[in-house]
Design a binder for this molecule. Structure first.
Ligand code: NAD
Length: 476
C-alpha cells in the first residue's frame, strides 16, 4: 500500500516547507511502516491564505445546486474507496477492519447527508412590528479549521468537513499526528471528485507544533475541535482573543444505567461492546455501569462472561472485535489507571493482562468496588476499562450519574417507558439512548453538556454552527 508522505494543499500533494517528517508505527505489530510529512507554521499560513483565496474566488458564491452535485460526487468517490480507506485506518490506529469499514462508509454517508442538506438549508421570514419585510440569511463564515483526534480519524474528519463545505466555507483539516493517512486520502479523493483546489487543505503535523498558529490565524473564522478536554480548554482560551467561533467535542465518562425492570440479560450481553469497542478509546464509552441492586449479582456474572468472549487480536481478521491500543504511551497510561485501582482495593472481575507479546494489546478489564473518589471512577481512562456499581433508587442513580464533570453520552435500560423518558430528561448529557447503545446518527445532533464540550457535530445543528445568522429588514 502506498502511503503519501506529503501535505495536501491547493488540490495536490506537496512536501512540507520544513521537510520535517514523523514516523508512523503500526500498533498491532509495533513496527514503523511509513514516514509522513509534518507541516510547520509556514505551511499553516500558506494553507489558510490559499483556502481564503479559494473561498473568495467562487466557493462561497457557488449555486446550492452545484455545491450539492460536487459533494454528492465526493460521497460517491469515498464509497468507491471504502476498502482502501479502511485498510489505512486499520494500519495507523489498529482498528478492527470490520469497524473501519463501517466507519468509512459512515464518512461517505455524512457527505451524502450534507450534499442533500445544501438545498434544504433556509432562512426565515419574520413578521416585525414596523411592517416591511424582514428575513434571515445563513451565511458562510470563510475558512474554518477542523482539528480531529486519532480514535475515529476518518468519520470525525467527515463530520466536520462535510457540513463546513456544505454551508459554503473552505476548510483546513488537521488530523492527529498518529493518524494522518485517511485525512490525506479524503483531500485527494474530494479533489478527484471535483472539489476546487484550495477548498479543502490537509495539514498533517503535531498539535503542539502547528495548533496555536492554526487556531490564532486571523483568517480562521471558526475552530471545530474534537479531542481532549485539556486541549479544548486551550483552544477556547486562544479563540477568545479574537472571539472566534468554536465548537468543542471533548472527553466523556458516560453512564450505562440498568434498571431491574429492563431486559437486563440483553443489556448484559450488549453492554461490553458499549465500552470496549475501539478498545475503549471512544469518547462515548459507557465506562460507568450502574445496575439496580436486585439484579446486580447476575448482571455482573453475565457481563463478565460476555466480556470474556470478546475476540482481542489482529485487526486485519474479520472476527476481531478489539485491536490494540493506539500506542505504547496510551497503553502505559491505561495501565497506570489499573495500578491505581489495585492500590485502592478495587476488585478485578476480569482482564488487565497483555494477551499478546507483540502489539499494544490489553485485555478488557471489569472493575468492581471502585471508590467514587478514585481516579478510575472519575476520570476518562480512554482504554478497555469499565467500573460497575450497584444502586438502590432512581433519584440516587441520577445524582451519581450527574456528579461527573462530563456529559457526553449514555444509555438507560428499562421497560418502563415513563421511567425511560423521566430519566433521559434528567441526565445531564448531550446524547442518550434508551434500550440501545447507539450514539451516532448522521442525521441527529451529537455533542456534549458541561466539560464534554459545546456546539454540535452532525444533523442540521452542525450546518447552523458553520454559518453566521444575518437579519435583513426592507422598508416597504
Ligand atoms: P488530543 O486533544 O490530544 O488531540 C486532538 C487533536 O488536537 C489532534 O489533531 C492534535 O494534534 C490536536 N492538538 C493537540 N494540541 C493542540 C493545540 N495546542 N492546538 C490545536 N490542536 C492541538 O486528543 P486525542 O488524544 O487525539 O483524542 C482523544 C480525546 O478526544 C479523548 O479525550 C476523547 O474523549 C476525545 N474525543 C471526543 C469526541 C467527541 O465527539 N466528544 C470524539 C472523539 C474523541
Amino acid at each position: 500500500m502506498t502511503v503519501p508522505d506529503l501535505i495536501f494543499m491547493d488540490g495536490s500533494f506537496r512536501p512540507s516547507s520544513s521537510g520535517h517528517r514523523a514516523k508512523l508505527i503500526n500498533p498491532a505489530t509495533e513496527q514503523p511502516f511509513a514516514e509522513v510529512a509534518a507541516a510547520d507554521v509556514s505551511d499553516v499560513n500558506a494553507a489558510v491564505e490559499s483556502a481564503q483565496r479559494a473561498w473568495e474566488a467562487g466557493w462561497r458564491d457557488l449555486t446550492p445546486g452545484r455545491r450539492t452535485e460536487i459533494l454528492f460526487n465526493v460521497a460517491g468517490k469515498l464509497r468507491e474507496h471504502v476498502e482502501e480507506i479502511a485498510q489505512l485506518e486499520m494500519l495507523h490506529v489498529g482498528k478492527p477492519i470490520s469497524d473501519a469499514r463501517d466507519e468509512c462508509a459512515l464518512g461517505a454517508r455524512v457527505f451524502e447527508y450534507y450534499a442533500g442538506a445544501v438545498t434544504k438549508f433556509c432562512g426565515q421570514t419574520i413578521p416585525v412590528a414596523r411592517g416591511g419585510f424582514d428575513f434571515t440569511l445563513r451565511q458562510p463564515m470563510g475558512v474554518v479549521a477542523a482539528i480531529v483526534p486519532w480514535n475515529f480519524p476518518f468519520p470525525i474528519a467527515c463530520w466536520k468537513v462535510a457540513p463546513a463545505l456544505a454551508a459554503g466555507n473552505c476548510a483546513v483539516l488537521k488530523p492527529a499526528s498518529l493518524s494522518p493517512l485517511t485525512a490525506l486520502k479524503l483531500g485527494e479523493l474530494a479533489h478527484a471528485a471535483g472539489l476546487p483546489p484550495g477548498v479543502l487543505q490537509v495539514l498533517p503535523g503535531s498539535g503542539s507544533a502547528i495548533g496555536d498558529a492554526l487556531v490564532t490565524h486571523p483568517l480562521i473564522r471558526k475552530i471545530s475541535f474534537t479531542g481532549s478536554t485539556e486541549n479544548g480548554r486551550r483552544i477556547m482560551e486562544l479563540a477568545s482573543r479574537d472571539l472566534k467561533r468554536i465548537s468543542l467535542e471533548l472527553g466523556g465518562k458516560s453512564p450505562n444505567v440498568v434498571f431491574a425492570d429492563a431486559d437486563w440479560q440483553r443489556a448484559a450481553e450488549l453492554s461490553p461492546m458499549s465500552v470496549f469497542a475501539n478498545t475503549g478509546q471512544d469518547c462515548c464509552a459507557r465506562s460507568r455501569v450502574f445496575v439496580e441492586r436486585s439484579i446486580y449479582g447476575p448482571f455482573v456474572e453475565k457481563f463478565v462472561a460476555a466480556t470474556g468472549k470478546l475476540v482481542v487480536g489482529d485487526p486485519a481478521k474479520a472476527e476481531t472485535q478489539l485491536g490494540p491500543l493506539v500506542s505504547a504511551g496510551q497503553r502505559a497510561r491505561v495501565e497506570a489507571f489499573l495500578a491505581d485501582a489495585r492500590k485502592r482495593g478495587s476488585r478485578f472481575a476480569c482482564g488487565a493482562g497483555r494477551p499478546h507479546t507483540k502489539g499494544y494489546y490489553l485485555e478488557p478489564t471489569v472493575l468492581l468496588d471502585v471508590g467514587k473518589d478514585d481516579r478510575c471512577w472519575r476520570e476518562e481512562i480512554f482504554g478497555p476499562v469499565v467500573c460497575v456499581t450497584p444502586f438502590d433508587e432512581e433519584a440516587q442513580v441520577i445524582r451519581e450519574v450527574n456528579a461527573s464533570p462530563y456529559g457526553l453520552s449514555g444509555s438507560i435500560w428499562t421497560n418502563d417507558l415513563r421511567r425511560g423518558l423521566r430519566v433521559a430528561r434528567q441526565i445531564e448529557s448531550g446524547v442518550l439512548s434508551v434500550n440501545s447503545h447507539s450514539s451516532v446518527h448522521a442525521e441527529a445532533p451529537f455533542g456534549g453538556f458541561k466539560q464534554s464540550g459545546m456546539g454540535r457535530d452532525l444533523g442540521m445543528a452542525a450546518m447552523d454552527g458553520y454559518t453566521e445568522l444575518k437579519n435583513v429588514y426592507v422598508e416597504e
